[in-house]
Design a protein around this ligand. Structure first.
Ligand code: UT7
Length: 326
């Protein structure tokens, strides 16, 4: 992979996150539930993936609206204040139209709306595009990562069923005077690897798990290094790492190669499984609400997914913070 990290140019009109929200369906599916139906065990799933349970249900639009509404309430804005919706998803409700159309309508947003499919890298792709649109003059953008992967997962296939879950995370990104929150980013794709993880239209996901695992560690390490190099920072400068929540062993392998201790990692996969586009915002929000981010901290987002796509971004946290963080 060639280095492609980019720093946000000085003087570019900046943006910051002013609100966030999440949504998870009510139905909890535990490892014991799979143990009862498939040739698997809680011990195997826990040891090989770190996942204990995941949520199933809802629609991608419904979860997006719930998360988006919470994000807009925290930001203190209504649909009339939001110029654009970008919905990162790999499991839209319809082939046509974009699921973002329904989200826009239900949230009363007037501007543009589209779906973005970069699989598990989608939230970073969407966040960077939102900053680009704000640099071009828009004021406020709702960025959502949402999935209902249980609909495209064969629940009788132990290779995939145990991994994937449903959920959504959303943020409001708003123009600011002066430098914004995004410091640097890196986005890439190697389409020659697309057969490693795929679902035909109307069909279920199939995956070469071992090969995805191997590539995932390499591209996460390379992408994180590209973003940090573009930002002119190293691992010691980063306060929090929010990796794509696919497998705790992938996260541990990539982060130990990068030199990040476990205390810097945000993880929610124990309770959510792999929620693809929703995984980074779910983990980010969990860390924010746990008081793990302080003003001006550097936060590294990094992910990989089907495509094979990858993306990372360094943010200097100038955005909203909950009461618990001084
Ligand atoms: O967002 C990106 C999405 N995808 C990923 O991130 C997937 C990346 N890959 C992985 O997370 C891992 O490769 C898996 C969790 C999918 C599999 O773990 P692994 O340590 O790579 O296991 P493996 O494929 O090497 O399989 C080891 C054994 C095999 O049995 P044999 O051939 O050794 O007898 C599998 O058949 O484990 C078996 N196995 C299972 N056993 C119990 C595979 N799935 C299961 C299962 N329960 N669910």
């Amino acid at each position: 992979m060639s280095p492609s990290g980019a720093a946000v140019p000085p003087g570019a009109r900046g943006a910051t996150i002013t609100g966030w929200g999440t949504a998870l369906p009510d139905t909890v599916v535990t490892n014991a539930d799979y143990e009862a139906r498939l040739d698997t065990s809680d011990a195997w799933i826990t040891e090989r993936t770190g996942i204990k349970e995941r949520r199933h249900g809802g629609t991608t639009a419904g979860l997006s609206v719930e998360a988006g509404r919470a994000a807009m309430a925290m930001a203190g804005v209504t649909g009339a204040d939001v110029d654009f919706v970008i919905l990162a998803t790999t499991s839209p409700d319809y082939q046509v139209p974009a699921t973002a159309s329904q989200v826009q309508d239900e949230l009363g947003i007037q501007g543009g709306a589209y779906d973005l499919n970069a699989a598990c890298s989608g939230f970073m792709y969407a966040l960077v595009q939102a900053h680009g649109l704000i640099a071009m003059g828009l004021e406020r953008i709702l960025v959502v990562g949402a999935e209902t992967l249980s609909r495209i997962t064969d629940q009788d296939d132990r290779n995939t069923a145990i991994l994937f879950g449903d959920g959504a995370g959303a943020v409001v990104v708003e123009a600011v005077d002066g430098p914004g929150q995004l410091v640097s980013f890196d986005m890439g794709s190697d389409g020659s690897l697309r057969a490693l993880l795929e679902a035909p239209i109307g069909g279920y996901m199939t995956m070469n798990g071992k090969e995805v695992f191997r590539k995932a560690v390499t591209v996460m390490v390379d992408s994180a290094r590209n973003s940090m190099a573009a930002a002119g920072v190293g691992p010691d400068d980063i306060a929090l790492v929010v990796p794509h929540q696919a497998n705790i062993r992938i996260i541990d392998a990539a982060c130990s190669r990068l030199g990040f201790g476990a205390e810097k990692l945000a993880t929610v996969l124990q309770a959510t499984g792999n929620t693809s586009s929703a995984s980074v915002p779910l983990a980010l929000v969990d860390a924010l609400e746990g008081g793990r981010v302080r003003r001006d901290d550097l936060v590294l987002l990094v992910g990989f997914g089907a495509g094979m796509s990858w993306a990372s971004a360094v943010l200097r946290w100038t955005g909203h913070l909950p009461e618990v963080a001084p």
